[in-house]
Design a binder for this molecule. Structure first.
Ligand code: UDP
Length: 194
């Protein structure tokens, strides 16, 4: 089976390598729009109490198990996932790929200062990368910001606004984009900002 349902969330049973090599890289090269949720147990629990959020998560193209508890649950259910795939690792693999293939990235989320620092860290670590743009994550004009991001035509869009906000934002505005890999990355910009 390619999917295991845990608490009504259909997880893809892909290793990080399979996800990247067989799915994400080919989709990027074909300019296909792709929305990924790296779901940890907190995210799964939130879908149980928040129907709107559940819809936002379930509309993803890929739901990836970002938690040892989810991997363990899949084993107990007799439909084992091989390994945990963290959003953190996935983001850096995608950044490396972006650097090698001249792809552009957009960084949406966190406080302005953390966002600036995170972007400059990425620039330093991946000198070849193209920065399509960046914006802090404290706004109410969602539609306008989404259009601004879409106008930059990024290949990769990292949304660091925490859950449920980041997945709700992605799910609601994905239709404005022709291409791009979207993923919510929670507090990663704060970590990068140091
Ligand atoms: N954040 C944001 N906009 C918001 C709420 C949060 O950009 O409206 C950012 C916040 O600055 C932080 C990140 O989202 O960088 C993650 O926030 P939090 O730690 O609350 O979420 P979690 O990591 O638990 O998903």
């Amino acid at each position: 089976q390619e999917i295991v349902e845990i608490m009504d969330i259909p997880f893809n049973k892909l290793t990080e390598n399979e996800l990247l090599q067989q799915h994400l890289y080919p989709r990027i090269n074909a300019n296909k729009r792709t929305y990924i949720v790296t779901a940890n147990p907190e995210i799964v629990m939130q879908t149980r109490v928040d129907a709107i959020y559940k819809k936002s998560v379930k509309s993803a193209d890929y739901i990836i198990p970002d938690g040892a508890g989810i991997v363990k649950a899949s084993k107990i259910l007799g439909n084992p996932i091989e390994e945990r795939v963290t959003g953190f690792d996935l983001m850096f693999k995608l950044l490396s790929y972006a650097e090698k293939h001249n792809l552009s990235c957009y960084f949406l989320g966190a406080q302005q200062e953390a966002n600036d620092r995170a972007v400059s860290r990425v620039r330093n670590s991946y000198p070849g990368i193209r920065i399509a743009g960046s914006h802090h994550g404290y706004f109410n004009n969602d539609e306008e910001i989404a259009k601004q991001v879409a106008a930059a035509k990024p290949d990769l869009i990292f949304v660091a606004m925490g859950f449920p906000r980041q997945e709700n934002f992605i799910a609601a505005h994905l239709h404005l984009f022709e291409k791009g890999v979207f993923m919510g990355v929670g507090g990663v910009f704060d970590i990068l900002a140091g």
